[in-house]
Design a protein around this ligand. Structure first.
Ligand SMILES: Nc1nc2c(ncn2[C@@H]2O[C@H](COP(=O)(O)OP(=O)(O)OP(=O)(O)O)[C@@H](O)[C@H]2O)c(=O)[nH]1
Ligand SMILES: [Mg+2]
Length: 468
């Protein structure tokens, strides 16, 4: 090994098989600071050419620098702080330089253009994170977490993504993978042994195989069930407000949003179409859906638009993760409420008695009594909604699955394990059981990216922004 290989400051003229990539990593537009990121073997050399550094770049250290005018290296166009990381101790696993200049798009673009002239290539979407994955710095679920973290809309979403970035899913899968590998090793050893004189069935008892497969299945089933919970946190819970016309649905909708979003009038049938707004409730993203009041079939007051609105209300009700059935406390429960309550049987819902300011104290036995007019009971309603969503598991547990790809990987593993268990039950040869177990292992490995085909990787990283 010659000295050059030990030197992180690769010569700019060295021909290297790994490209150096460059991109603006901060969002487009002007800002106080804008960052250009360089990753790859030429990063240090390119930075040294582009900048007048106060001192040579050093791992994990920030340096003050002047950004030189590409057309005239004697003048500077900006000041910058430059941070350097020597691979493999960097985000991507290769040499990495971050140039934090003032956030003027023209300066940042000049830095990128000059880097390209010095041998860098423009980074594609997610290419920095893809490199981190390829160099083994992150597994696939962690790389996906980077995307989720950037996209997080509430702090709780960010927390979940950060746990995943810390490897929560991989840690959760590790015991199942361990027991699966153990069983595979056991059966394979048994087969080698059996090819001598013993019958393979005698080497590992079917009950033992069954128990071991079951031990692998249990944590994975738990993980598969976490998907729905993760999904609520990821895309938000849909919360529909339903009830008879004039019950005060739109008024409560506005109260929960804290602004006059939906039209409120004393005329029954005001809301014709569903109205949707997002809000964060105790860290959980919620899609609040106001709906047209439901009248019973054959009610003469319902015109065509209202009938269509009612059809949409029923759709929203069917799709909702949680339903608020709003009742006007000044009138008795009618056929509509009974029909709605029957529909909601066995599904997460809350009964709300509204207009308690008019009802005159007769709300004592109602679970939730509100007045959209005075605001009474609205905070209690918020807490009740939050309780329901949490009961639904909206606060995802650490290491919950977060997307369909992950869900499919776990489901495929479970399918193959079930097949293996069945093969064992009907006493098929161990070779055939092993076939299913290997299928299970491949599916499980694809979760963390140990065996993910290139096209799937391409799909995942193309959803990233450039510079990440
Ligand atoms: N006193 C009182 N009036 C209320 C309360 N909530 C709503 N209202 C009034 O009741 C009427 C109907 O309210 P909306 O919020 O439009 O009722 P809605 O359920 O959305 O009605 P539709 O859209 O027609 O189905 C309006 O005049 C509101 O001001 C309340 O808690 N107390
Ligand atoms: Mg309304």
């Amino acid at each position: 090994m010659d000295d050059d290989e030990l030197n992180p400051l690769h010569d700019i003229n060295t021909i290297d098989t790994i490209d150096t990539i460059v991109a603006i990593s901060t969002p487009p537009g002007r800002g106080g600071i804008g960052i250009v990121r360089l990753a790859g073997p030429l990063s240090f050399a390119i930075a040294a050419q582009l900048l007048r550094l106060s001192a040579p770049l050093e791992h994990g250290r920030a340096r003050f620098a002047r950004v030189l005018d590409p057309s005239d290296a004697t003048t500077t166009i900006d000041d910058a702080v430059v941070t350097a990381f020597v691979g493999p101790q960097s985000y991507t696993g290769d040499d990495l330089v971050e140039i934090a200049a003032h956030g003027s798009p023209v300066v940042l673009e000049a830095i990128v253009l000059e880097s390209l002239a010095l041998g860098a290539k423009p980074a594609g979407p997610g290419e920095f994170t893809r490199r981190a994955f390829l160099s083994g710095r992150l597994d696939l679920t962690q790389a996906e977490a980077v995307h989720d973290l950037i996209a997080a809309q509430t702090l709780d979403q960010a927390r979940v993504a950060a746990q995943q970035l810390g490897g929560a899913i991989s840690r959760r899968v590790a015991p199942a993978k361990g027991s699966l590998l153990h069983l595979i090793a056991l059966l394979e050893a048994g087969m080698d042994f059996a090819s001598g004189e013993l019958d393979d069935v005698d080497v590992v008892a079917p009950v033992q195989i069954d128990t071991e497969i079951e031990e692998t299945q249990a944590p994975l089933e738990e993980l598969a069930a976490s998907f729905r919970r993760g999904q609520l946190m990821r895309s938000g819970a849909a919360l529909a407000l339903v009830g008879r016309p004039n019950a005060g649905k739109s008024s409560i909708f506005n109260r929960l949003l804290d602004r006059e979003r939906a039209i409120v009038t004393p005329v029954p049938g005001t809301t014709r179409d569903t109205v949707e707004e997002s809000l964060a409730l105790g860290g959980i993203p919620v899609r609040l859906i106001d709906t047209a009041g439901l009248r019973m079939e054959g009610d003469a007051a319902a015109d065509e638009a209202e009938r269509q609105g009612i059809a949409r209300s029923l759709e929203a009700l069917a799709d909702a993760d949680l339903v608020l059935l709003i009742h006007d406390a000044t009138v008795p429960w009618g056929e509509e409420e009974r029909a709605l309550a029957a529909r909601l049987e066995g599904r997460p819902h809350l009964l709300v008695e509204n207009k308690v300011d008019l009802a005159g104290g007769d709300s004592s036995n109602a679970l939730l009594a509100t007045s959209a007019l005075t605001g009474e009971g609205i905070n209690a309603l918020r807490s009740a909604i939050l309780r329901e969503l949490k009961a639904e598991g909206a606060l995802a547990d650490a290491g919950a699955l977060n997307n369909l790809r992950q869900q499919e990987a776990v489901n495929d593993t479970l399918t193959a394990l079930a097949a293996a268990r069945e093969a064992n039950r009907v006493k098929l040869p161990h070779e055939l059981i092993l076939l299913d177990l290997h299928t299970a292992l491949r599916a499980l490995d694809s979760l963390t990216g140990a065996t993910t085909p290139d096209d799937i990787l391409g799909m995942i990283f193309s959803t990233f922004c450039i510079g990440k």
